[in-house]
Design a binder for this molecule. Structure first.
Ligand code: 0CJ
Ligand code: F3S
Length: 314
């Protein structure tokens, strides 16, 4: 079988930064440090950090007063920030700067007197965080059908922002429906969908034209990874989301000559290697990488973690 690796794939700058924040916090403060929610949606990443002394919790009331607490890459609501202050926690915020940018933008629209619409998936932690960062009511829209159901005057001053990991194509449809229905609405078009999501989706769309099967390495709760699998399916290619090689099934490859392989923004490259090993167990494979966009984005760490460790001894 030929295996073609998508380019780009895997870790984005926000994920690299979030993992580095946990690593550096462990070096600086020693174990345990507490992380609210999975730092990124990947069990292998979480296990690795847990083995180094990170403790993962869903809510801050599970964190002892005064302890080090890290917010996940997906961001948190203001109520969570306030709860951290009340418990006197030493907070390190691993929210992706591109999620924070959406929070800031949403607040700006509201301060201009507009009612904010958030395009995103109900229950996702980024959506809960963004809704909770905006004062007042935020209307959640998940589909074009939801646009028709919005109970607002057609000339009401409105604005929209989006979750960062959505399908570019689906989001375009929802934005077009909003623009068609409401007369005074502003927003960033699809630019809130982050560079990493856009680039991985474009690569998969291209790869899907040349492969018989698509494998996406990622977790079932990872929004951006699910969107990659959907793009493969929508292109007519049988597409599977796998956490690692153990989930690869021989029956997917009967009569298959070319396999496309990509990874969500939270999936480690070791798991891509692990999937290739699982394919090798089925027969000889020839691995190549598609030519694709190079990414050079890097995000700064929080200032607190850039101070040299020796400073405490001076
Ligand atoms: O929401 C984000 C800032 C993306 C974080 C990296 O990906 P992942 O899989 O943890 O999160 P999504 O479920 O949002 O894709
Ligand atoms: Fe940030 Fe996008 Fe990654 S929002 S964490 S760069 S998937």
């Amino acid at each position: 079988m030929r295996v073609i690796l998508a380019q780009p794939r895997g870790f984005c700058a926000g994920v690299v930064r979030a993992i580095e924040i946990v690593d550096r916090a462990l070096q600086k403060h020693g174990a345990p440090v507490y992380v609210r929610h999975e730092i990124v949606h990947n069990r292998h990443v979480v296990e690795n950090l847990r083995n180094k002394g990170a403790r993962f919790v869903e809510e801050l009331d599970e964190v002892p007063e005064g302890a080090v607490a890290i917010f996940s890459a997906h961001g948190v609501a203001r109520t969570v920030e306030r709860a951290a202050e009340e418990r006197d926690l030493d907070v390190l915020d691993a929210t992706c700067p591109l999620v924070t940018k959406v929070h800031v933008q949403g607040r700006q629209y509201v301060s201009q007197g507009r009612t904010l619409i958030l395009i995103g998936h109900a229950g996702h932690p980024e959506v809960e965080g963004t809704i909770g960062q905006i004062p007042g009511t935020v209307l959640l829209v998940q589909s074009e059908a939801d646009v028709a159901k919005l109970d607002m005057p057609l000339d009401a001053p409105l604005a929209y922002v989006t979750q960062t990991t959505l399908s570019v194509d689906d989001t375009r449809g929802i934005i077009d429906a909003l623009l068609a229905r409401f007369t005074d609405i502003v927003g960033p078009d699809t630019r809130d969908i982050c560079y990493a999501t856009q680039n991985r989706q474009a690569a998969v769309r291209e790869l899907s034209t040349e492969v018989d099967v698509l494998l996406v390495v990622g977790a079932t709760n990872s929004s951006n990874s699910n969107r990659l699998r959907e793009i493969g399916s929508e292109s007519g290619v049988p597409s599977y989301l796998v956490a690692d090689g153990s989930e690869v099934k021989a029956e997917w490859f009967e009569g298959v000559q070319t396999v496309g392989l990509t990874a969500g923004a939270s999936a480690p490259e070791e798991m891509v290697e692990n999937v290739i090993d699982a394919l090798r167990a089925l027969g000889p494979v020839d691995v190549s990488t598609m030519s694709g966009r190079e990414e050079k984005v890097e995000f700064k760490l929080p200032a607190k973690l850039l101070q040299p460790l020796v400073a405490r001894e001076v």
